[in-house]
Each structure stands twice: as structure tokens, then as C-alpha cells.
Design a protein around this ligand. Structure first.
Ligand code: DX5
Ligand code: ZN
Length: 235
């Protein structure tokens, strides 16, 4: 069964010398492992590439949610699908023809994700959503972990959620950046249903427990909202 809420710890906040152990630490508590790929061009930071993803795939069964913060995703993204990523997300700002690349990714057997960075409006991309399985709304400026959550980004989540619901689209809306105990509820109430958390998970003493707490907070927020919505319509 598809979980109602996805918790995706970001390995950007993990110990890169112990990536396999860090993945094992969230097995059973996380739904996806969020793998931030940065190329030192699209963003100033530099992380890992296909070789590390390939090795890490052998070390854990958690589905990989690859977030490509790279230029020229058309050239590189399909490789992550071939390496067995569950979802491959590329940035709208880096791609001239997002729909064509989404089709390539789906054909390669992975889910296709579209990311919009902090300064990118969502409206031009709403019509493209039927071609995607996930929409990643950055709640910081892409490039580094540990930044402060920007609540104003949730307007994009609300707009996308309204559009997705109105069109009965089967799409996850994922938020990435500054997601923690004190921000996940607002993101869930705005309509996000997949949550990336780096610092909040790998900065915690018990990463699995941190995942469980984040999930409980998001679920409770949605449950309260559902109750108050149905209460509001009962006469
Ligand atoms: C940053 C990455 C995020 C990052 C989030 O550009 O896309 O996935 O790891 O880290 P936190 O949760 O610390 O903001
Ligand atoms: Zn990310």
C-alpha cells in the first residue's frame, strides 16, 4: 500500500564516510532515502554522483529519491534511473524540455520528479504536472543543508495542491529544506505529502526515532485538518 506520508531523510546531513550505516540507521522508519546530487555548477556545492549511488544501492533496500541539483539533467538523469533510483527529480531551471525528460525517466523505469527552487514561481509548471510523479518545492535556496525553512514557499505548495486535487492528479508534493519538528506541520497543512529532512534526522541522536516523530507530527496535522474540514461542512 502507498503510505499516506513519505519521510525522506537526506544523506546530505549524514556522515559521508559511513553512508551505508547511515542508510541502515533509518531503515524501517523512512520511506525513501533522499540523495542530493550537486555538481558545483547548478549549485555552488558538490556532493556525489552515479558511482556512489551505485554502491549505496547495493547496501540498502530503501528506495532512492535522487534530487539532481545539476546542469544538463537531460544528459545525466537517466543514469540514475538505470542505477535503480525509485524517483529521479531534476530542476525546472536546468531543463529546456521538462516533459521530454520526464518521459525518458518514466521509460527508464523510475518515477519522474520536477523541482522548483526558491526563486522560481510554480504557475508556469502547473500544466506540466500530469507528466510527473513528484513535485519538489524547495523551502530554502537549493545548495546547502541546515538552512532556515521559508514558510512563504508554502504558497507554492498550496497552489500546486489545489491544482493537483482539481485535476485528480496522482502526484506527490514534496518539500525540501528546513523540515523539522517545528515546520513539518505547516508544510503538511499546506498540502505536502512527502518530506525531506536532513539536519532534523541525521543531526538527531536517533535518526529512526526522528523519522517516526516527523511522520507522527505530519499525520496528526492532517488528521486535525480533516476533522475540522468535515466539522465545518456538517450542518
Ligand atoms: C539542499 C538539499 C536538501 C538538504 C536539506 O539543497 O536539497 O535536501 O539536504 O537539508 P535540511 O533538512 O538540513 O534543510
Ligand atoms: Zn534535496
Amino acid at each position: 500500500m502507498t503510505p499516506d506520508i513519505i519521510i525522506a531523510p537526506s544523506i546530505l546531513a549524514a556522515d559521508f564516510a559511513r553512508l551505508a550505516d547511515e542508510a541502515h540507521a533509518v531503515e524501517g522508519a523512512a520511506d525513501w532515502l533522499h540523495v542530493d546530487v550537486m555538481d558545483n555548477h547548478f549549485v555552488p556545492n558538490l556532493t556525489i554522483g552515479p558511482a556512489v549511488v551505485e554502491s549505496l544501492r547495493q547496501a540498502t533496500g530503501i528506495p532512492f529519491d535522487c534530487h539532481l541539483m545539476i546542469e544538463d539533467p537531460k544528459r545525466w538523469a537517466p543514469a540514475y534511473a538505470q542505477l535503480g533510483a525509485y524517483n529521479v527529480t531534476f530542476h525546472a531551471e536546468a531543463c529546456a524540455d521538462p516533459v521530454a525528460l520526464a518521459k525518458d525517466l518514466r521509460a527508464a523505469g523510475t518515477l519522474a520528479g520536477l523541482a522548483v527552487d526558491r526563486d522560481t514561481p510554480i504557475e508556469p509548471y502547473l500544466e506540466l504536472l500530469p507528466y510527473f510523479d513528484t513535485l519538489l518545492v524547495m523551502t530554502i535556496k537549493a545548495g546547502f543543508g541546515g538552512q532556515r525553512f521559508m514558510p512563504e514557499m508554502l504558497d507554492k505548495v498550496r497552489t500546486a495542491r489545489r491544482h493537483a486535487d482539481a485535476g485528480h492528479l496522482d502526484i506527490r508534493i514534496e518539500v525540501d529544506g528546513g523540515i523539522a519538528d517545528d515546520t513539518i506541520e505547516a508544510a503538511a497543512l499546506a498540502g505536502a505529502d512527502a518530506f525531506v529532512a536532513g539536519t532534523a534526522v541525521y543531526g538527531a541522536d536517533d535518526p529512526a526515532e526522528a523519522c517516526r516523530k516527523l511522520r507522527a507530527l505530519a499525520q496528526a496535522a492532517v488528521a486535525r485538518q480533516t476533522r475540522s474540514d468535515s466539522g465545518g461542512t456538517t450542518v
